[in-house]
Write a protein that binds this ligand. Sequence first.
Ligand code: 5AD
Ligand code: SF4
Length: 451
Amino acid sequence: MMDQYLSGLTFSIHTFGCQMNKHDSERIDGMLESLGALAVDSIEESDMVIFMTCCVREAADTRLYGQVSSLKNIPLREDSPLNKRLIAIGGCIGQRDGEGLIKAMPHVDVVFGTHNVGSLPGLIRESLAKHKPQTEILESSEGFSTDLPTQREHSWAAWLPITIGCNNFCSYCIVPYVRGREKSRTLESIRQEAESYVRAGVKEITLLGQNVNSYGRDLYGAPQFVRVLDEVAATGIERLRFATSHPKDLSAEVINRFASLPNLMPALHLPVQSGSNRILKSMNRHYTREHYLELIEQLRKVRPDIALSTDIIVGFPGEREEDFLDTLSLVEEVGYHQVFTFIYSKREGTPAATMIDDTPHEVIQQRFDRLVDLVQQKAFEANQSDEGKVLDVLFEGVSKRDVTKLSGKSPKNQTIHVPLPSAKSPEDFIGKIYPVHIDEAKTWYLAGTLQ
Ligand code: 5AD
Ligand code: SF4
């Protein structure tokens, strides 16, 4: 379908934050391309620049303003049909600040939010036709943008959103305010989308939601995430993953699926946030350290090789040395393959923003560094247990650092690097699964050779 305004325009999308944003960006890409616009790699070549923003932490927030203002210094391509580069801002900062973004940055042309990704082409048209900035923010979404075309980043991997929004209101987190209340998609539409991916040759599906474990509570009165797992696994997809899980809702039934569903990959991201019960309570997380460790024990019982990853916040208001030591000992005990570590960032409007926060920044930074040291040591130890094994690797491309190496993912989601065999091209491997002998473990990857 050619579009009077969009056809022939070039665009690039710059995505920050979580997988939900990445997925929304794939929808935008698919939508604009279906209207005749052309995706390009650089800002220099782009007639339209679209930012998909994140406001979970302050750093991401500040970066946006810098990036948007630096666009002023980059000239438009010579044969552009526009006389000024169009700038659009979507995602969580768009949702939160709306019109305010145009007040702060008058050269921004379009602002949209998290609930109306599908409105972007219309907003761009209006802005081009009327030479005026356009803003549209909705309070909540009518449904899922499943009918929008998707241009997937990798042809062999697909993200499949099963819920949007979040009902948990962890006291530090802004997500429920910018993504709205949790809404589940019907089981039927999830199954249909999964089947279409399998037919298209997709090898890996990742089910997405802020808390996939509570899937279906709004539709069916009780969580039905196991049914999603069973139905999607039954499509015959080679690799199935999901993110993110809230420990308070991870059920025994779901844990058992790690034993009974062979295509459910042995990897789980289970954010713990803190190892201290006092801090967990103040974070409004609704579980204890003991409960969390019990879940880990159950998971390891049914799937001894499962790789665990987590998120941890350091420096939450009121965190004392003893709380932090509880976090360190939990990391020691679990032995994660990967930990995403964050320094607490105050978000206006959240309950934690009003809590007394008097730990000196240097102390928090030191705690953060101590945590990172331990995380690296444990990640290395976890990877070492795979030395000498043969793992099935789904290849993704050449390594970013070394073009003579292929890189891919193991079932446990570890990054694997292997030398590209001579007389072969990367295309022979990309999107395919081959066995790899693991020669050496590193902290963040495994080095191996093709069998
Ligand atoms: N400060 C620091 N980290 C945060 N996260 C969410 N909100 C904040 C905040 N205000 C982290 C949590 C979450 C991850 C996606 O981001 O660890 O799991
Ligand atoms: Fe934020 Fe908590 Fe919801 Fe995750 S579960 S998005 S941390 S409020």
